[in-house]
Ligand binder design. Sequence first.
Ligand SMILES: NC(=O)C1=CN([C@@H]2O[C@H](COP(=O)(O)OP(=O)(O)OC[C@H]3O[C@@H](n4cnc5c(N)ncnc54)[C@H](O)[C@@H]3O)[C@@H](O)[C@H]2O)C=CC1
Ligand SMILES: C[C@@H](CO)CCC[C@@H](C)[C@H]1CC[C@H]2[C@@H]3[C@H](O)CC4=CC(=O)CC[C@]4(C)[C@H]3CC[C@]12C
Length: 369
Amino acid sequence: MAESAQVPTLVYLVTGGCGFLGEHIVRMLLEREPRLRELRVFDLHLSSWLEELKTGPVQVTAIQGDVTQAHEVAAAVAGSHVVIHTAGLVDVFGKASPKTIHKVNVQGTQNVIEACIRTGTQFLVYTSSMEVVGPNIKGHPFYRGNEDTPYEAVHRHPYPCSKALAEQLVLEANGRKVNGGLPLVTCALRPTGIYGEGHQVMRDFYNQGLRFGGRLFRAVPASVEHGRVYVGNVAWMHVLVARELEQRAALMGGQVYFCYDKSPYKSYEDFNMEFLGPCGLRLIGTHPLLPYWLLLLLATLNALLQWLLRPLVLYTPLLNPYTLAVANTTFTVSTNKAQRHFGYKPLFSWEESKARTIHWVQALEGSAW
Ligand SMILES: NC(=O)C1=CN([C@@H]2O[C@H](COP(=O)(O)OP(=O)(O)OC[C@H]3O[C@@H](n4cnc5c(N)ncnc54)[C@H](O)[C@@H]3O)[C@@H](O)[C@H]2O)C=CC1
Ligand SMILES: C[C@@H](CO)CCC[C@@H](C)[C@H]1CC[C@H]2[C@@H]3[C@H](O)CC4=CC(=O)CC[C@]4(C)[C@H]3CC[C@]12C
């Protein structure tokens, strides 16, 4: 990566490049990484919007592949300078089995690491998650914490377990020699709850609100704060980390960074209303309409129903014991580590992030706007 800043010589690979975050990373790289010669987008399902990107100055190579298949990953990684590994199975609703989540998130990440080592790719950026830290199963609050805040990270759910294991693999791989003898440089980014254009859970809440005549019902106390970060800023952090890893390998290698911006600290539901409110939805109640014990009962019933119905149909409601616990536990970050280590400043202000997200919700199918 020692070429002049203006000469496009670099080859990047983004795994999961057709997902919610992946698409933003891909578009951001094309807009803001002038040294890019080729961008490889690797995903299980390729999206049609990739076609329109192929007409620009950077060569965009779409690769349909599966991170659980080591040979497919190795073929995609070979010859790339940087890998941004964003592919993952994001499932806290019981859509996939714990085994599948482990296979994609842990074995898939191991395959990416081994591919870098075998093919001589030196820089690996991993999209981890706040869930690697918490909230833990004990419901301890994490209030304005940073990367060094002590917290008892205890998980049982397959998703956070898999992200924690995968992150550990990535960090432990830092410094291993890649083919050619140079050291692998890795780091992990931990977004809090991401929001923005393309966010499926936001879409689900919006549709639920429309079904209930424009109303959503408060289930979580307004005092529980939940960390959220705009997808454009998360993508920007990935671009910056990928760019700076070579020059600042000694400082950044093996490090973790929370993804943060100026989004306000609010409860999960109040935060969503920042976007859904201007789109015509109302959140009913200043306090949760149902007591916690009743919500927990409903969540447990949902889990039971999911288990009973599994042979017949996949029942995956938003409310289950895990999502209820996460939504009811304060988890907010306050840190400037990314700014200190690689000069990160949010690219999008809160006002802009909000405006973009509202605009996207208003354009959704079924919207009254
Ligand atoms: N959505 C959120 O709030 C947060 C997400 N993350 C992490 O960010 C990353 C991206 O998440 P999202 O964009 O939200 O999810 P997403 O589901 O929209 O994107 C994931 C992408 O990975 C691809 N993928 C899944 N299995 C694959 C496989 N076996 N081989 C190749 N590609 C595969 C999917 O097709 C999809 O395009 C994940 O690693 C997730 O753990 C971290 C923190 C918060
Ligand atoms: C009790 C319900 C009544 O309205 C509200 C349920 C909300 C939940 C579906 C979400 C609350 C918190 C979310 C998670 C959080 O943002 C952290 C995450 C990080 C990730 O890496 C993946 C997504 C998620 C687990 C996210 C999923 C949806 C919530 C549980």
